[in-house]
Design a protein around this ligand. Structure first.
Ligand code: ASP
Length: 428
């Protein structure tokens, strides 16, 4: 049995056990204290931490190797611009599709307002101007300590370019970075070994708290978001992959499975970076020189699934509050969601903060977000899957253009299958 299958089984079991607890044992203090808020919470949170632990060192070493692998500042700039434009394009397509479908189906038209809504207090969102200023870290150590991805990318690229310019010394450092990267990839594999249990606990905890009762009153909104996510993931991405990356989308989706499982159970594109990187490099055949840059970059600035949620949520809340949105407001929504996805990191629940930005801009009541709060966690899991699929799609398109995509790896079903590793025993 492959590790991915084991993780998938962990996920399925977690979903079933969680849903059973939600349906039958919500009031049982023992189950709540010892399992939901005990074992499931502790192991799940520890597992997320162990994934997050990998992100900064892995991105750093891998990006240094990537830049040194490209070896030419012009090519680096080209990859940067291409991926940036493609990320904006896919987010633009996502939000436009969501608005179009939501306006047509009009969820929330006959929604009964008195239904219970949770209080939502919007956290302050970063002003757009700051987003650009803050790409440059005032203190790189602080950026590393806080895991600020855009700042880390900026500093590491600059550092690696300087390495290229310093000849022999830089070369020696590059060789060291390569070794460190290799070891870091092994650390990823070690963490993966405990993933079946980690994923089980995450799923059991989430589903014991999220029952059907929360979804039913919101079924209109919920299903329109899912419909748009599916259309974008299976439609838009498949077309882009076939036309621009010349890849078979079915094989692509199959190979992405481990990354999808991690994105779904963690609801965080950032925490999934190590798995996305590994899948793209080892299973899909994208060279490290492209993926090392486009994956962490995409996890931060590209959020197609989140943009879709925002489009549908805006139309839904406008319908509930019977507010008519005009054409200019729709254009503002498209622009705002693109900007918001650039300015915020891929962590759980950030989509709601971005939504508050959009609402403020078009004059919708921010407290309306309270209505969709209850079902947001589940949608967050699903849109994170779409977010990382977007990152991977753009990575493949850029790699095809740069000639850094190995079709033999892509067409080999067994390439890079995530395997369990066996710890070496101490020599006698
Ligand atoms: N959880 C999403 C991500 O990490 C962001 C969001 O939609 O809240 O990609």
């Amino acid at each position: 049995m492959t590790l991915t299958t084991k993780i998938l089984i962990g996920m399925g079991f977690g979903l079933i056990i969680g849903s059973l607890i939600n349906a039958f044992a919500m009031e049982q203090a023992i189950i709540q204290d010892y399992f939901v808020n005990g074992i499931f919470h502790v192991i799940g949170a520890a597992f997320i931490n162990s994934l997050k632990m990998l992100v900064v060192p892995l991105v750093t070493f891998s990006l240094i190797c990537g830049v040194c692998g490209i070896g030419d500042v012009g090519a680096l700039g080209r990859i940067g611009i291409k991926s940036f434009l493609l990320y904006i394009l896919t987010t633009g397509l996502a939000i436009s599709l969501a608005l179009l479908i939501a306006i047509t189906i009009a969820p929330g038209k006959d929604f009964e307002q008195q239904q219970s809504s949770t209080e939502f207090v919007a956290k302050a969102s970063p002003p757009i101007t700051d987003v650009f200023i803050n790409i440059i870290p005032g203190n790189p150590i602080e950026a590393f300590a806080q895991g600020n991805m855009l700042q880390i990318i900026f500093f590491v690229i600059l550092f690696a370019i300087a390495m290229l310019m310093t000849g022999e010394i830089g070369l020696q450092l590059a060789e060291t970075a390569e070794k460190l990267n290799e070891v870091m990839m092994k650390v990823v594999t070690l963490v993966m070994d405990v993933a079946p249990v980690g994923v089980f606990c995450l799923m059991a905890k989430t589903f014991s708290e999220q029952g059907l009762a929360l979804i039913l009153p919101m079924i209109g909104y919920f299903s329109v978001v899912i419909l748009c996510l599916l259309l974008h993931a299976l439609g838009t991405f498949s077309i882009l992959l076939t036309v621009f990356a010349k890849l078979n989308p079915i094989i692509f989706i199959k190979k992405m499975r481990p990354a999808h499982i991690f994105a779904f159970s963690t609801a965080s594109s950032n925490a999934t970076i190590p798995v996305t990187l590994q899948v793209l490099e080892k299973r899909i055949g994208v060279d490290n020189s492209t993926a090392a840059f486009t994956v962490p970059f995409g996890a931060t600035i590209n959020m197609d699934g989140t943009a879709i949620m925002q489009g549908v949520a805006t139309v839904f809340i406008a319908n509930v509050y019977q507010i008519d949105l005009g054409f200019t407001q729709y254009i503002t929504i498209v622009g705002m969601s693109i900007l918001a996805s650039i300015g915020t990191a891929g962590v759980p629940g950030v989509g709601l903060i971005m939504l508050a930005m959009v609402f403020n801009q078009v004059g919708l009541p921010v407290e309306g977000i309270g209505l969709i709060l209850g079902v947001d966690r589940l949608l967050d899991m699903m849109r994170t899957v779409v977010n990382i699929t977007g990152d991977a799609t753009v990575t493949c398109i850029v790699a095809r253009g740069e000639n850094t995509l190995d079709d033999t790896v892509f067409n080999d079903p067994d390439a890079g299958v995530i395997a369990e590793i066996h710890l070496p025993h101490k020599a006698a």
